[in-house]
Write a protein that binds this ligand. Sequence first.
Ligand code: PHE
Length: 448
Amino acid sequence: MQKTQSREGFGSRIGAVLALAGSAVGLGNIWKFPYEAGTNGGAAFLFIYIGFIILLGLPVMLAEFIIGRRSQSNTFGAFKKLAPRTGWKNFGYLSILAATLILAFYSTVAGWTLEYVIEAIKNSFHGKSSTELSEHYNAFIEHPVKPVIYQIVFMCMTGLIILAGVKKGIEKYTKLMMPLLFVLIVAMCIRSTTLEGASKGIKFLFTPDFSVITGKTILSALGQAFFSLSVGMGTVLTYASYIGKKENLTNISFQVILADTLIAILAGIAIFPAVFAFGIAPDSGPGLVFLTLPNVFQHMPGGYFWGITFFILLSVAALTSSISLLEVIVAYLTEEKKMKRKTATIITTTGITALGILCTLSYGPLKDFTIWGKTTFENFDFISSKILLPLGGILISIFVGWKMLKKYVYDELSNDGKYKLPIFDTFIFIIRFIAPLCILAIFVNELT
Ligand code: PHE
């Protein structure tokens, strides 16, 4: 029973696309992208980010697709099958470590989102000035108990969906949410760009000043590109193992990347004009979305309902990403360690929640507990997004570029020659040379 369940595939093509898009679109687009752009110079960051999505994100995503679907296995099993008796299976450790660290800090912010749902329902933002909203936010994230409770609730929701299994759990929640989220963000963009003083925000987001670029900006843009697409640590690989042999992987990746990038840019358009209109600092950091959007809702007709719907959808978007992280570990434990899905889910959810609490408290009682000058939250974010994902990207590229037979790579991408692949040679060139060397150069430049 449990065996068939863990190898159950996506029910339909649209289901697979939506599940992958659900993984990609999340807090990374709406919470992380705006504040990373805000602290890293705005437009210049956006342009580099888009460049990385096309040049590195897309090829690495395709490479993960190839490994996952060909092996029909988790992040350990895949390499065991495709490169037996080599050290490659240790990629699985990187993948589990990254999933754990990301989910730990991700659930902190997802918890904040849940609390904003409740606050929106209680109409607590109503009539508050920008400064009052910011005080409200700070008081909440610093609280020693409240954000922890929201985080636990969020992790329980994630665990419950994973328990329901891939098809019932993952597909269902994404189908309705994605289109709705899109419509809502477009509406918010319209309101935000018509605020008085909005043009400064548009300029900030779209008129690049490349003189502000440093090694740090470039590494941040790379990390953000991978984080937002969910690539570099085996999430796409794991989901791809559930995709049917008939699906066209190149098409799916184009659709997912387009949806993900569009939503990030729209989130920027919804946020930056408001940031300037309401006098918020664009480099406010992780609080940026929470400080800005409640102001926007207050200036929208029917803002009460917009606010509630937005934070609900954002929570669901976070949920469809967090389940994809948990699934990486649960797939490993059920397939490699022969654990029951239920046991694996409970153990993983509990462990990550415990670590996650440390991240949440990084804004409150553990504020001064720092290692390398960073709080636990900041360290988990830094190590996963800026080290593990790019490193994973290098390994995945090398594996598909150099280790796998070129014929297998071609067969998998073209479904045994059924689809034409005009970009195949370019893809191989990027995956062999450009991706590993480029990522390495960015690393060396920044970390030395
Ligand atoms: N891509 C997700 C987001 O943008 C986060 C994520 C990263 C999910 C890595 C899975 C793996 O919110």
